[in-house]
Ligand binder design. Structure first.
Ligand SMILES: O=C(O)c1ccc[n+]([C@@H]2O[C@H](COP(=O)([O-])O)[C@@H](O)[C@H]2O)c1
Ligand SMILES: Cc1cc2nc[nH]c2cc1C
Length: 819
């Protein structure tokens, strides 16, 4: 073992299970092998048709291909496309049992009788009928929703409420979400973005008010006659039966929604004017009226104007933000340097909101089961303060760049109090029209529809809409390249100060980026981020790799510690690394950089039956889509695929064979480095898996479930998610390419979002890329995985976009064109 190996904590091939390197003798499929399988005990396993399942995803024959970047490209795949597959279930999502739990035998090869056309009106859903929402009684902790009178017009409410961190549309440059997508014919009409529309014109904030001369209104203003307090009991029930009885007038409701919509986390542009005591008291009163668990009112407000105290806090914050900035990769660091994180000394007053989690002592109604509820209550006080401040024309900035205990000490808080929020409060020159973080492209607002589920998590849709599955919705959003933008790119390339065609493949690439984003030139594909999907494989038991399964978890730890090749290459190209555990057998440490999305503790041995259930494959697909969504909403404009999973080149070979029809001998490679004998054996194992599982390439989810891995399914979702959001996704080696085959089988136009980062030495990779008609950008005889090859291609992708954006035309530069 080398010193490096020891450092990384990665076991060598002969480690752990006493398996000598080069071992190739086969463990024949047997009941014993099954008992040791990794398949989780999900409800439908081997339990027949009545149990929870994902119906087969099938579509009628694909429509003729629409024009892509290269009309001469061979059709990607003759398979019928996508389908109906529903993650809906009446049962909760099963938890992942501990590894030592005995697992059930894997299911029978999945047969799906209930094949239904995609988006057919006749799709049978398991959803119970939606009940009308009853108005809830007012209480201290649940404010009544303002139900509009049935016959009254709806109040002018923007399509979307707001959170902090924030919006999107104001800065077009900050919006990599799908925008104008043209199906033929080309049109200037933008296709609605996946993001919510901009707030209506009426939502535009007024000019910041002059700090008012404080005519001090009463602390409890009573602008409207107060209705008689409701009494509990029958009378109360009667009153609540009339839905509109307690609604505010339309104008009043519009004002409430306006304050919510226009609240901003303000960092800059504060005025020095003092906040009058009466105004500050009103705002604090609003905070103090917040709902709280068990009516415990666990907050205190420390109002700070002393500049010495504020300087102390500012110094703490500065130190933390410098540490944070140092850890950021390229494009993120540049964006962060332009952000103002605090206005501690720029505001006349700071307010610290604290929580006493012990307030009220023992009879802690509501807190006994949910100990965090005290902190949540204090956060509600913060929101009340924020809204009231907005109504008063005061800006508020929440500074969270300081370690809580450090801050508590700096503020001399008693040890039983915790800091919930440090707020900078003052009058402002202006309120930003959109959240500052979205104006700067740091993050984007997630559409409301992403966050609303019905009855069961995963049944998504706005109220009144028919819920759809994430896969269905994602596939439906995938469209061809925008031919207008492609044409503009080609036209511009012809006029750029370079001989025609001299940028070779990069010209195709920049036109693809323009067509994908619907903009010419396309926005620069940065920041880039690599998502490394990690999982284990039951087929590892068949002796198809020289490395023990435990290395998967060990390498994940290495990724998180920053010690792997993916970390080095990501640092080199300024990308962020996110590791996604979709199926590692071991428990992994919680912490930054790891997304815990474990669906099962590895797959079952695919030579004995399906590697996964359809449900597992479906959850993994969804996990991948959600990771893509989250990374794009977090401001990333270039996604990179990564993988880690001992034995996953075997599953990749099986997938490539299944989707391309090639013989296992052609597509099966040596993975991490097997010798001739083990290679022959590996080919036979792939053959066995394809034989045992009845493979129907027209059912991509079925293929993934039969011979794929959890990371393959998640990568498929990741690629589909990127394509739906019209963000480029750089494909790494054979694992990602086999997932791309599944993605393109589900949604043929997904290929337009794909950029082949490199060519791995695995033969199946070349077969897959040829099938997809993708040309790799880098060919360095690499075969590592992790996203390493794709990361090396990221600067090329960015250079292609930059050339189209920055290079002058002959006209601009006053250079005569030949001929
Ligand atoms: O990306 C590739 O083309 C590639 C080629 C060979 C090996 N790998 C990596 O090696 C591991 C699987 O190799 P094996 O031999 O255990 O199947 C897995 O973690 C992959 O990321 C990856
Ligand atoms: C050490 C090691 C590192 C890897 N990275 C991706 N796959 C891998 C497989 C092994 C064995």
């Amino acid at each position: 073992m080398t010193g490096d190996d020891r450092d990384s904590g990665v076991a060598e091939p002969e480690d752990g299970r006493g398996r000598p390197q080069g071992r190739w003798d086969v463990v024949p499929p047997s009941g014993d092998a099954l008992a040791g399988g990794l398949l989780d005990d999900l409800p439908e396993q081997g339990r027949g048709a009545g149990a929870l399942r994902y119906p087969a995803l099938r579509t009628p024959q694909a429509a003729p291909r629409r024009p892509g970047l290269n009309p001469d490209r061979p059709p990607v795949d003759p398979l019928p496309r996508v389908a109906q597959w529903s993650p809906f279930s009446q049962q909760g999502r099963p938890s992942v049992p501990a590894p030592e739990e005995p697992s059930e035998p894997p299911p029978e090869p999945v047969r799906q009788p209930n094949v239904i056309p995609f988006r057919s009106a006749t799709v049978e859903r398991t959803l119970p009928p939606r009940q009308p929402v009853q108005p809830s009684p007012p209480s201290d902790s649940v404010p009544p929703p303002p139900a509009p009178p049935q016959d009254a017009p709806a109040p002018s409410v923007p399509a979307e409420p707001e959170t902090d961190g924030e919006t999107v549309n104001a800065a077009a440059a900050a919006v990599p979400f799908p925008d104008p997508v043209e199906t033929e014919p080309a049109t200037e009409e933008p296709v609605p973005a996946l993001l919510e529309p901009a707030p209506a014109a009426e939502a535009a904030p007024e000019a910041a008010p002059e700090p008012p001369e404080p005519p001090v209104p009463p602390v409890q203003p009573a602008s409207t006659p107060r209705p008689a307090p409701l009494q509990p009991g029958p009378q109360y029930l009667e009153q609540s039966a009339a839905p509109a009885a307690h609604a505010y007038s339309e104008a009043e409701r519009a004002t409430v929604y306006r304050a919510i919509r226009e609240r901003r986390d303000v960092r800059a542009g504060f005025r020095p004017d003092p906040v009058p005591d009466a105004v500050l008291t009103r705002v604090l009163q609003a905070a103090h009226q917040a709902p709280s668990v068990g009516f415990s009112q666990p907050w205190d407000f420390v109002v700070i104007s002393d500049s010495e105290v504020r300087t102390r806090v500012r110094d703490l914050v500065q130190r933390q933000s410098e540490d944070y900035a140092r850890a950021l990769p390229g494009a993120r660091a540049r964006a962060f340097s332009g952000l103002k994180v605090e206005a501690i000394l720029d505001t006349p007053v700071n307010v610290v909101v604290t929580v006493d989690p012990t307030r009220g002592g023992r009879p802690s109604l509501g807190r006994h089961a949910q100990p965090h509820a005290a902190g949540y209550s204090a956060a509600l006080a913060v929101e009340n303060l924020w809204l009231a401040a907005r109504a008063e024309g005061l800006g508020v900035g929440w500074v969270s760049f300081s370690a809580e205990r450090e801050l508590a000490r700096a503020l001399d808080l008693p040890p039983h109090l915790q800091v919930v929020a440090y707020l900078c409060v003052g009058y402002v020159e202006d309120f930003p029209t959109e959240p500052e973080l979205s104006l700067g492209g740091w993050a984007q607002r997630r559409p409301l529809s992403w966050a609303v589920h019905h009855d069961h998590y995963g049944q998504r849709g706005l109220p009144g809409e028919q819920p759809t599955s994430l896969l269905e919705e994602t596939v439906a959003a995938i469209a061809p390249l925008n031919q207008r933008a492609v044409g503009e790119a080609r036209d511009r390339q012809a006029r750029m100060t370079k001989p025609a065609g001299s940028l070779g493949v990069l010209e195709d690439l920049s036109a693809q980026l323009a067509g994908l984003t619907g903009e010419c030139p396309a926005p620069l594909p940065e920041p880039a981020t690599v998502a490394v999907f990690a999982a284990d494989h039951g087929v590892e038991a068949q002796g198809v790799t020289i490395w023990p399964r435990e290395v998967t978890a060990q390498m994940v730890r290495n990724f998180l510690a920053g010690g792997a090749v993916v970390n080095a290459f990501a640092a080199q190209v300024g990308a962020e690394v996110t590791v996604v555990d979709v199926g590692v057998v071991e428990d992994l440490p919680e912490g930054p950089g790891l997304l815990p999305r474990k669906i099962a503790r590895g797959t079952a041995d695919m030579t004995l039956g399906p590697a996964m259930t359809r449900t597992q494959a479906g959850y993994a697909l969804e996990a991948g889509i959600e990771v893509a969504r989250d990374l794009v909403a977090a401001g990333n404009r270039c996604l990179v695929t990564g993988d880690m999973g001992i034995a996953n080149t075997t599953a990749s070979a099986a997938l490539v064979a299944a989707f391309t029809g090639q013989d296992p001998a052609v597509v099966t490679g040596r993975g991490t480095g097997v010798d001739d004998a083990m290679h022959e054996h590996k080919i036979e194992i792939v053959r066995a898996a394809l034989r045992v599982n009845s493979i129907d390439p027209h059912d991509p989810v079925g293929v993934l479930a039969a011979v794929g891995g959890l990371e393959h399914a998640a990568l498929t979702g990741f690629i589909l998610g990127a394509a739906a959001l019209r963000v480029p996704v750089v494909i790494d080696g054979v694992i990602a390419a086999s997932a791309a085959l599944a993605a393109v089988a589900l949604a043929p136009d997904a290929v337009h979002a794909c950029i082949a980062g490199h060519r791995s030495t695995e033969p199946g990779h070349t077969v897959a890329l040829d099938h997809l008609a993708l040309r790799p950008l880098v060919d360095l005889e690499m075969r590592l995985g992790e996203g390493s090859g794709a990361l090396l291609a990221v600067p090329l992708v960015q250079a292609a976009a930059r050339a189209l954006r920055d290079v002058a035309t002959f006209d601009d530069a006053g250079i005569a064109q030949r001929g």
